[in-house]
Each structure stands twice: as C-alpha cells, then as structure tokens.
Design a binder for this molecule. Structure first.
Ligand SMILES: [Zn+2]
Length: 234
C-alpha cells in the first residue's frame, strides 16, 4: 500500500497480540471487503513472560500476513509503563496523521491490564488532538470520523456485533502466529495464555449468538450509531 494514501481503518493494540484477540475477525473481514487497514502496536510486549521483542516483531508480521494486512507499525512505547501523557500522545497522533484513517479501533478501557486502559485513553485523546492543526503543526491535522472499542479481559454490553463466522479460522491462526505467547514448549515460563484460545472462541461464540451467527466480535461505541439504510443492519 502507498503509505501516502489514506487508510480506511486503523486498529491499535497495547501489546503485539491484543488486536488479534479483540478485533482480528473484524480486520480479516474488512480486508476481504477490500478495505485498507493499518495495524498499530503501541509496545513490543517486552515485559511478557515469554518471547523477545525481536521474536515478537516477526510473529506480529506473520499475524498481519495471515490477516492480509501489509502495514503494521510498532511505536515501541514502554511495555507495562503506558500512561496517557504528552510524551506518548505525540507518536499516536503522528501515526494517525500519517495514515489518515476514517475509523479507529482501540481497546476498551474496561479492562484489568493498566496498559490496555492507557492505550484506550491514549487513542481516545489522540483522535481529538490529531484534529487540532496547531498541535504538531509540521504534519497536517486529521480527525477520524469514529472510534470504536474492542474487548480484552472484560466485556460489556456491545453497541454492535460484527459477524466473523467466515473469518473465524483466520482470526485463530493470526492469534496462534504469536507462538511465543500461545505455543507450548519445554522450559517456557508458565502462563495462562496457551489456554486462552478456547476462551476467545467461546466468547466469540457467545457474542455471535447475540446476532444469531456462529461467531461474532463485540464493539462499544460511546456515541449512537448512524443508520442510513435499515436493510443493511438486519
Ligand atoms: Zn495486552
């Protein structure tokens, strides 16, 4: 993709596997519809129990390939130390202005991991500040039209559910591409992550049941959704 061209959707994660877990189905589905999607990891996940930053960059690129996305950016902010601060806001604003997305997707702030909460706040504030032309005025301002939040540790009543049935296997493969996190091998530091795939599948099954499909992903919108065509939402 020509990096100067605006993208349709920009999806953020605090750690390199977050966006696959919460929004991998939406990404695969939108790519299959011909949309330009850019993935942005805020940190390299260097505080995880397993996996080096170098391994995780490769895994993240493999996952992006599986999802069909060519642009995946890592802002290399500090893992486990994310805060909503001027220092970390600037790179998020700059990546939004660089790709000019119409829609932003970010982690929901209802979560137990401080980085997920901070990532949610950073993207929320960056979306607004990106539209202020007097801030970081060396790069043209851009304000995305909408921001939707995906779920990681906790869920809430979704504002809408995306049918990911056709791309569910793709989503699962993209998650498993993060081998250092979800694989099992002798000598690894024990974590709950190898058991997580089944739980994600169960959650996607439940969310799908809400809209009478096999698998779904839930999203939260703080604003009401605009409906132009009633028949498009049945
Ligand atoms: Zn995470």
């Amino acid at each position: 993709m020509n990096k100067q061209n605006p993208c349709d959707i920009m999806v953020f994660g605090a750690h390199p596997d977050d966006l696959e877990i919460g929004a991998g189905g939406l990404v695969a589905r939108e790519v299959s519809l011909g949309r330009k999607v850019v993935l942005v990891d805020l940190t390299q996940g260097e505080m995880a129990s397993n996996g080096t930053p170098e391994e995780r960059i490769v895994e993240a690129q493999n996952a992006a390939d599986i999802l069909g996305v060519s642009d995946r950016v890592n802002l290399k902010l500090p893992d486990s130390r994310l805060t909503v601060s001027e220092e970390f806001l600037e790179p998020v604003v700059r990546v939004i202005r660089r790709f000019k997305p119409k829609v932003l997707i970010a982690p929901d702030n209802n979560d137990r991991h401080p980085d997920h909460i901070a990532a949610s706040g950073l993207v929320t504030q960056a979306m607004f500040i990106s539209g202020l032309w007097k801030r970081y005025s060396d790069i043209p301002a851009h304000r995305p039209a909408r921001l939707f939040y995906y779920f990681l540790h906790y869920t809430r009543e979704p504002s809408f559910v995306v049918d990911i049935t056709k791309v569910h296997q793709t989503k699962q493969r993209a998650i498993m591409a993060h081998v250092s996190q979800f694989g099992t091998w002798p000598g690894q530091n024990p974590t709950e992550l190898p058991h997580l795939l089944k739980r994600i599948q169960s959650r996607n099954g439940y969310l799908g049941s809400l809209i009478k499909v096999e698998y779904g992903e839930g999203y939260y919108s703080p604003e009401p959704l605009k409906v132009r065509d009633m028949l498009q939402i049945i």
